[in-house]
Design a protein around this ligand. Structure first.
Ligand code: SF4
Length: 221
């Protein structure tokens, strides 16, 4: 089955405030082009691990058009994914750089960048069906890694369950999924020492060891 419809640009205008905001973001001098549209999921159609962040960064994924690509959060995440064999390369640079993921798919709870990184509850509600459709279309997903407390809450809402208390490195169960939580890997959290690449690598290693057959994801080793 091809899931290409989930990976293509979503011509969505449901959130008036976000459509206006994303369209108005001006490129920084170094860059000639910005995506300025909803950012679709990226990764392996046969993934067993779904990684969910909160929303595209204004000059990160909203610029490049690939989730977690173009800012400090993505630098840490893709390096960690590479170290654990999920990514063909340690750096995700642009939507057409040829990088591949194996065993993992990455998305955000909100597909459009919100002003000040703060979305309204109604905007999360509007975008929730995108995450629900992705999960419904990917029966091989057994594990969901939530990047940050807000993504954790939105994942639980998408699963129709009340979110438990967020714990860094926490492991949970929700329906048929194992749910994992880690602090957001934003540049701010990296600079303040709240999260390091070793933390992300260690959790990915633990997730792999605790439930999956190595054969599935060792392609890039
Ligand atoms: S945030 Fe989601 S629902 Fe809202 S406009 Fe963007 S893609 Fe559509």
């Amino acid at each position: 089955m091809t899931l290409s419809f989930l990976f293509e640009r979503i011509p969505c205008t449901k959130c008036e405030r976000l459509v206006e905001y994303r369209s108005a973001i001006k490129p920084k001098p170094l860059f000639s082009h910005y995506h300025n549209n909803p950012v679709p999921p990226f990764g392996d159609e046969n993934a067993w691990l779904l990684i969910c962040g909160l929303a595209p960064g204004a000059h990160g994924a909203n610029r490049t058009g690939r989730v977690f690509t173009g800012d400090g959060a993505g630098v840490l995440l893709y390096r960690a994914l590479f170290k654990e064999g999920f990514s063909s390369r340690p750096e995700s640079v642009s939507a057409d750089d040829g990088l591949e993921l194996k065993g993992a798919i990455i998305t955000n709870a909100l597909h459009c960048v919100p002003p000040g990184n703060k979305a309204l509850p109604s905007e999360f509600n509007n975008c929730r069906p995108n995450l629900q459709s992705l999960l419904a279309a990917m029966p091989l997903v057994t594990d969901i890694l939530c990047i940050g407390r807000d993504a954790f809450i939105q994942v639980y809402k998408a699963l129709g369950e009340r979110p438990p208390e967020f714990k860094n490195n926490g492991e949970y169960r929700a329906g048929r999924y194992r749910v994992w939580a880690i602090y957001h890997c934003s540049r701010l959290n990296q600079n303040t020492g709240r999260i390091k690449i070793e933390d992300m690598v260690s959790l990915l290693k633990h997730i792999k060891k605790s439930g999956q057959d190595k054969k599935i994801y060792d392609k890039f080793k």
